[in-house]
Write a protein that binds this ligand. Structure first.
Ligand SMILES: [Zn+2]
Length: 569
């Protein structure tokens, strides 16, 4: 007897093959059959007219802290994501020497914009080794599956102490040996990879660069040696690819004999650099190396709002006594104080910071109307200011005051150099890329891209009208099977007998994103952006329903993933 049979679904199975009408049966935590006339079931779901996909796999998240206090891992759980991988970009919380949590919090706050108070209050830090961290996570309920990675920043600080926080310090031979052993052990205990960061964009909250920024060949090779000895795991890297850097990372991956996964995005400073990196990935892949670029589904942008972490008036003297007020109160007071509005708009300094904000605003957009993630440059504040004979400051303030003080400004700062997402389409379409970059759980006061899978399907397969789209089957494969395989998770991402019963039943015509909004639901009353979706009729994790009509069921079948997973079918 089947537990569940899903009937008459429009099946997009994760393989990339064309959609087909099929029934899917589930017994326990597995898919037992796919086809027709699958026999009786305790529960039958009529999915006529619905899209049936594997659960989405998001390999680039930062739930390292949140997973200790939030059983649901939102926002990912609202977007059909059934597996997340965290520990990315070299930051995380294990291994940890007693008393060292303050530095790791400082690093996470600086690099991923998760407030110190939230992390300090939310995490109980009852571990030292990576294995103990995994055990601590495993002892708590979770709605979706999650995999961990060993972060280089935490590893360095654990082995080198204070010296480890200074990227210019080099580890001794003995410290290199310790790093190798810890990497090997973490992978054997079940970490899915080791991650590092080499971007000057990443700084601890104290302003110092991320500790792994200039780690040189001996250190990277010591980490690679740990991967080689464990014979499992991915080397994940966030780098800006200064000259020689890709080659160094490739050398480490070759030594490790393990896959290399690098972030791939378009930076305004060097809008074509990503293409050079992509071509190096393609050359490496042709020569038999396992390497891929992790790409986003849209522009990477920050959102400004009175309630967000940042907005353009936050540092203005005329705003100082509004700090801490909710956006709606700011807006209502401003409406009664036209002289204060005049000060905010007219008393502008000419500091480099101010000029930087102005340049940002010139390439910013209102998010207050219909959600549009590929806005025309003619709608940028810069273009509007010229057309409307106003300043970008006036347009920005009006935008923030709209929606009862909850207005949103979007500033796309990566993947939007040409004012179009054609570049993102090119990235997604490449065989050398996987879907990443959602950064779910990070940058919580300015970014909320955990919604990326919902955007990927609805925008790229259905809504985009200003340029070419991509086939739904291709996109689903990208967000499911291909991501899963890149991390050795052969048991998921595909709807076939024997596979894990991680599934989404989606009303694809209705699938859409809600507007991002700030909520104060973090530990210590911390705030974050969340973004919901519509269109998820059901999500299943290991055959258990976690989402029904876009709402969590409260069930918590999610498991810690220990190491690569194999399932034969
Ligand atoms: Zn990241």
């Amino acid at each position: 007897m089947n537990d569940i049979v899903i009937k008459h679904a429009n099946l997009v199975d994760g393989s990339g093959q064309a959609a087909r009408l099929a029934d899917v049966a589930i017994i326990g935590d597995s898919i037992s059959a796919v086809g027709k006339d699958l026999g009786p079931a305790k529960r039958v779901i009529d999915a006529a007219g619905r899209l049936l996909t594997p659960g989405f796999v998001d390999v680039h998240t930062h739930y390292d802290g949140q997973a200790t206090w939030d059983p649901y891992l939102s926002p990912s759980c609202w977007h059909g994501v059934t597996t997340v991988v965290f520990g990315n970009c070299g930051v995380g919380f294990a291994p940890l020497k007693p008393g060292n949590d303050a530095y790791l919090i400082n690093l996470m706050q600086g690099v991923e914009d998760i407030p110190e108070a939230v992390l300090a209050e939310g995490i109980d830090f009852n571990w030292e080794s990576f294995a103990q961290y995994m055990a601590s996570l495993e002892s708590k309920p979770h709605a979706i599956d999650f995999g961990t990675q060993l972060p280089h920043g935490a590893l360095r600080f654990y082995v080198m102490g204070e010296r480890g926080s200074d990227h210019r310090e080099q580890p001794s031979a003995d410290e290199l040996r310790q790093m190798t052993a810890l990497v090997e052990q973490a992978l054997k205990d079940g970490a899915l990879g080791v991650t590092t960061s080499r971007t000057p964009k990443h700084r601890a909250a104290d302003g110092r660069p991320t500790p792994s920024m200039t780690a040189d060949a001996p250190e990277l090779l010591a980490i690679a040696e740990g991967l080689r000895r464990a014979a499992k795991g991915v080397l994940q890297v966030n780098a800006d690819f200064a000259p020689g850097e890709f080659e160094l990372l490739q050398q480490a991956a070759v030594h490790a004999n393990r896959p290399l996964s690098v972030l791939l995005l378009q930076s305004d400073k060097e809008p074509d650099l990503w293409r050079q990196t992509l071509s190096k990935l393609e050359i490496g892949r042709r020569s038999g190396l396992a390497m891929n670029g992790q790409v986003g589904a849209k522009a990477i942008g920050v959102m400004f709002a009175f309630d967000a972490s940042r907005h353009p008036f936050l540092d203005h003297p005329a705003f100082s006594d509004f700090i801490g007020l909710k956006g709606r109160d700011v807006a209502s007071r401003l409406r009664q104080q036209p002289e204060r509005i005049a000060r905010l708009l007219q008393e502008r300094s000419n500091t480099p910071e101010e000029r930087g904000i102005k340049r940002m605003l010139e390439r910013s957009f209102s998010m207050n109307g219909v959600l549009q993630y590929e806005p025309s440059m003619s709608e940028s504040f810069g273009a509007r200011a010229l057309r409307e004979s106003r300043t970008v400051w006036a347009i920005a303030l009006e935008t923030l005051m709209d929606c009862n003080g909850e207005g949103l400004i979007m500033h796309p700062f990566e993947n939007y150099s040409e004012g179009s997402l054609d570049v993102v389409r090119e990235m997604i379409a490449s065989e050398a890329t996987i879907m990443g970059l959602s950064d779910a759980g990070a940058h919580v006061g300015m970014i909320c891209d955990g919604a990326a899978p919902s955007f990927l399907l609805s925008y790229w397969a259905r809504d985009r009208s200003c340029g070419d789209r991509l086939p739904l089957e291709f996109l689903v494969a990208k967000q499911t099977r291909q991501n899963a395989l890149a991390y050795g998770l052969q048991d998921r991402g595909l709807i076939a007998p024997g596979m894990k019963a991680d599934l989404n039943i989606i009303d694809f015509d209705q699938l859409c994103l809600a507007k991002p909004k700030i909520v104060w639901d973090m530990p210590a009353g911390g705030k974050r952006f969340v973004q919901r979706a519509q269109g998820y009729c059901h999500s299943f994790v290991s055959g258990v329903e976690t989402l029904c009509n876009d709402e969590l069921t409260g069930l918590v079948p999610g498991q810690l993933i220990r190491g690569p997973q194999i399932r034969f079918h």
